[in-house]
Every structure is written in structure tokens, then in C-alpha cells.
Design a binder for this molecule. Sequence first.
Ligand code: 3IO
Length: 340
Amino acid sequence: MKRWMRCPVAVGLAMAMGLTALLAPAVPAAEITLSYANFPPAPTFPCVQMERWKTEVEKRTAGKVTVNTFPGGTLLGAKEMMDGVIAGQADIGCLCMAYQPGRFVVTNATGLPVGIPDARTGSLVLLDLFNKYQPEEFSQVKVLALFTTAQSNIMSKAAVRSLEDLQGLSLRGSGPAAQVLGALGANPVGMPMSDTPEALQKGVIKGLLSSLEVMKDFKYAETCRYVTLIDTVIYPFAVVMNQARWNSLPADVKQVMEDLVAEQSEWTGVYMDNHVKESVDWSKETYQVEVISLDAAEKARWEERLRTMTDKWIGEAKAKGLPAEEILADIRAAVEKHRN
Ligand code: 3IO
């Protein structure tokens, strides 16, 4: 008899361990661990959708894959996302394409004033556009999801009731949304959403142009007590994976992620649309935020100012050899196809 077998505690322990091993469900230890970087803080929609994707992938691969999420720019910041994923600093990254307008010319066309009515529609339109044109700028990554925000509106410290109120006002917006601000006569200040809370606090900016769920998620309602509804452009997002990492995945895992592309994109759009409503209600109740609507005559003046923006994009896209008019026609047709 071995020495340890003379000790009843050790024998009991050994038996218990054996039993545990027998009774344990056949969950294999995670074979694949993936890192997923995101730039804004955890409670915001890009991170909510990230956690949802993680949960679904881990469940659907029955524990074969573990996804480690890094919100708040802890692994990669807003503007280094695409290059960081290409370089393999993170396996997966979530980026806002409006932060690099010249890099993502095709997909940023969804950020023009083309009448995308909500985030669900925008997400499905963006996905269709990507699938048709397969833009060159994504050739080094695997796209795992594409989605857009809801329409952008003005959030500001002082009330904006007319175009006159907007002139020279420093408001933050990026990419196409910054162009909207410029066309309207505001002073556009470009920066990622993740830098905006500090800029608002310091007074560098007097408000912002973005989707309204941020009133709650970033607590902007505390400083911005006015919302002016202009229902203008959306911001397009992509979730991308390092191509070599993707290639290394087993077929069944790839299939789970392929099946999730359209589902996750639409899920995020629907989440955003619902969350915008919650956020506006919360802002009114918690901070008595005033929501300002423009009358038809005033609205027409604003829309008139945006007419040349699309022409500018057409020139830029054509200079890059892209079929600009066809892209715009496809976007407009997809909006009609997908709108509720
Ligand atoms: C956004 C970016 C990060 C977190 C929440 C957000 N809601 C809307 C956006 C869009 C955006 O990137 C921007 O800069 O307005």
C-alpha cells in the first residue's frame, strides 16, 4: 500500500476527485482565446454589442472559444483600431469608420444625408453595401459585424432653435457629421466620442452631434440640457478580426461567427433604436432636458445647407476610381428595401 493510502482523508479526497471527474460535464477547456478591443467605456452601445457577441460565441461554440473583452481603449484606442487589428495587437476590434473618412470612403457614404431612418435600417444597408462592393480597405481583415448609430441630433449647453443660434458654435462631430456641422455654420470640432466627455467638461466644446443614446450612457444630459431634433446623418461602425487569426480558426468556429454577421449587425441596430428612446425619456425625467423640434420652414433652411455635401463626396469617391453614383443609388434602394 502506498503511504498516502493509509491516511483516510487523502483516500476520501482522491475518491471525491475521481467522482468529480466522472460526473463533470464534457466541457472542454477553452482551446481558443480571442482578445476583443473597443474604444468607448463599457456601458456604451459598441461595448454592449461586444458583450452580446462574446456571450453568443462562447455559448454556440460550447466553451471551445473564450473571448476576452477590453472596453474603454484599454487595448486599442479609437483611431488605432484598424491598424492594431491588422498588426495583431488585438484579435478583434470595434471601430467607428467616421473617424477615418478618407480610409473608408465607400462605407462612409452611409454617413451622408441619404435618409437612413434608424439604426436597424442603417445596419442592414451598410451590410448590403459592404457585401456588394467588398471595399479594398478591408482586404486584410475579416468583418464580423457592421452597424450604424441612429440618426444624429444636436445636444448642447445652450438652446439651438434656429440656424442663427448655431453660427460659430463649437460642436463636436467626426467625419460626415463634422461636415454637416460645417455646412450648417457651426464650428466643427473633430474628435472621437471617447475624448468628448473631457472636452465638454473643459468647455472646449459646447455640445455635440451624435445619436441620442449618449445622453444617458455618457451622462451628457448633465451638461447638455438641450436637444435639437434634426434627424441627420448616422455614424457607421465595423467589427473586424485579424485575417491570419481568422484563417487559423477551425471550420465549426468560423461557421458560428459567419452565422452571426447579419444577426449581430441587426441586433445592434435594434438595441440602439430602443436605447435612444430610453435615453431621451431618462434625460427629460432626470435633467429636465428640453427637446426642441424645428418647424417645417426652419427645417427646410437647414436641409438646403446640406445639399452640396453629397456632391463633395461624389468628387472624392470618383477621384479614387469608385462608382460614386452607383454606390449612392444602391444605398438609397437599400434604405427603401429595409425600412420598416
Ligand atoms: C458612439 C461612439 C462611441 C460610443 C457611443 C456612441 N454613440 C454614437 C457614437 C458615434 C460616434 O462614434 C460618434 O463619434 O458620435
